[in-house]
Every structure is written in C-alpha cells, then in structure tokens.
Design a protein around this ligand. Structure first.
Ligand SMILES: C[S@@+](CC[C@H](N)C(=O)[O-])C[C@H]1O[C@@H](n2cnc3c(N)ncnc32)[C@H](O)[C@@H]1O
Length: 266
C-alpha cells in the first residue's frame, strides 16, 4: 500500500485544511438534501465527511478508505457523528468494495480516483452499490491545468517530477479529463463533466497569495517521497521556495488551476 502524499500527521492536517479551504469551490452544485445513505469512497481522515454532515443534516455516511492510519484519525475527528450513528468507517480497498449492493442513495468521491491504479474498477464497484437513479459526484485533479506567473522554472520542474512520480506509482494526475469516459465505461447515465477554474490575479492579491501558498503545500506534501527517490534536489526545493515567495508578492502575478467536477446517475 503506497500513496503519493503519505500518511504522516502533517499530511493528515493538510487534508483537513484543504477540505475547509476549498469548500466553497468543491461544494458548489453538490445537493444531497434528498439523500439518506451516502457512500464516500477514499474518505481519508474524514475531512470531507465533516463538511457533508454539516451541509446535509439528514445524511448517514459510510466512509471507506484502505488506510488504517487515515481511518484512525477519522475516528477521532468524527467521534460525535460516529457515536450518533451518522458515520460508519470501513477499511476496504475501493477496487474490491464489499458492502451491500444497491443500498446507497448517492456516492461522493473527492481527490481520490487520481490515486487508484484501476479507477474504472472503482467506478464499476461504486455503481453496484448505488440504488437505481442514485447520483455519483466526483471531484478530481487535472494537473495539466496549473499556471503560475512570473515564470518559475524550479516550481515547474518540481511539478513535472510530482506528476511523474504519481504516474510511476500508477496514479493519474490528469484524471479530471477522463472522468466522462470512465463514467460511461462503468455504465453510468446522464454524465456531466465540467472544469472549475481557480484563477487569481491582481484583482484580489490576498486571495491570490493564499491560493499560491495553499497549492505550494500540496507540492511539498510529496517532497519526502521525491527526495527519497532523488527526483528533486535540496537546491531545487530552495529555489522553488524563493519563486513562490516572489509570486505571492509580485504585483502582476497570476495563479491558475482547474479541477474537474463530474456527476452521473446509476
Ligand atoms: C488525497 S486523500 C483524499 C481524502 C478525502 N477524500 C479528502 O478529500 O480529504 C486520498 C485517500 O485515498 C485513500 N486511498 C488511496 N487508494 C485507495 C484505495 N485503493 N482504496 C481505498 N482508499 C484508498 C488514501 O488512503 C487517502 O486517504
């Protein structure tokens, strides 16, 4: 069991911060008001589960993750809703889900399929567990879509190595562009895929700096593995820190990234 970002406590805190920071963007258009039983696959430390429970007071979540370290943190983070019977956590590999078929009213997968060697297998598995007519909501990366001005060569080289490492670990850093195809192959209907731009420039320097810093932390989350494998040098990382500081302060800097949102019906 290996995973690009690792399972240390810094990374687990980062996931909670990430979910809160991106909540306004990720949850636009997510409507589980009529959902009772929600299947959340790749729930990690429960960062999205907490937001889902707050936004949709009626839902009960079955959260699945293959990592006992993540689930251990999730069990603490979601202690109250677990004791209220609103959350059940299960340790399973999403490629071989073992739950009750046709039980769930909806499924939610966020920043997850990018890490799975066989995303189609996961979607087929999830489909089997959904009731007919149930909705699946996917939020995934499309790492081709990163742009930062001023030109930052070390940042870009590091980003290449980050994606390359994920690729060699059998992940999919560009999976956002494949969601339509994968959902179709898995047998879903009424498929919709859209790209959500995160575009910040001098119109809002504070938000721009926050996004540059937020995204930088994502890059750094893979540093231990990249350093381990000699994919990035200490000097490259040092230069990248400088470039990021410049971008955060430069008058005309630009940050752009776009993630993918797909919905479909079983
Ligand atoms: C980037 S985290 C996202 C967690 C959560 N969805 C969120 O947005 O905070 C990806 C999670 O997928 C889990 N994961 C990776 N491959 C898995 C697999 N094959 N089956 C189940 N969980 C897996 C990891 O343990 C990790 O917790």
């Amino acid at each position: 069991m290996d995973y690009l970002h690792g399972f240390d406590s810094k990374e687990q805190d980062r996931l909670i911060h990430q979910a809160q920071f991106l909540e306004p963007y990720v949850y636009t258009g997510v409507d589980f008001k009529k959902v009772n039983r929600l299947l959340e696959v790749g729930c990690g430390v429960g960062a999205q589960s907490k937001i889902l429970l707050k936004r949709f007071p009626k839902i009960q979540i079955t959260g699945v993750d293959f990592s006992s370290a993540q689930l251990h943190v999730a069990a603490q983070y979601l202690k109250r809703p677990i004791s209220d019977g609103r959350v059940h956590l299960l340790q399973q590999d999403a490629q071989r889900l073992d739950l009750v078929y046709k039980k769930y009213d909806a499924a939610f997968l966020c920043w997850f399929l990018e890490h799975v060697p066989e995303p189609l297998k996961v979607l087929k598995q999830v489909r089997k567990h959904l009731k007919p007519g149930a909705q699946i909501v996917l939020t995934e990366v499309f790492n081709q879509a990163l742009f930062m001005e001023p030109y930052s060569p070390n940042y870009l080289k590091y980003w290449f190595e980050f994606n390359e490492l994920q690729w060699t670990m059998k992940g999919h850093p560009f999976i956002g562009a494949q969601l339509g195809h994968l959902l179709k192959e898995a047998g879903f209907k009424s498929i919709n895929v859209e790209f959500r731009p995160l575009h910040f420039d001098s119109r809002d320097p504070k938000q721009r700096a926050e996004f540059i810093e937020f995204f930088f932390q994502i890059l750094l989350s893979a540093e231990p593995k990249l350093r381990d494998k000699n994919k990035v040098s200490e000097d490259m990382v040092r230069q990248m820190y400088k470039e990021v500081e410049i971008a955060k302060k430069a008058k005309d800097s630009v940050f752009f990234y776009s993630f993918a949102r797909a919905t479909a019906i079983r």
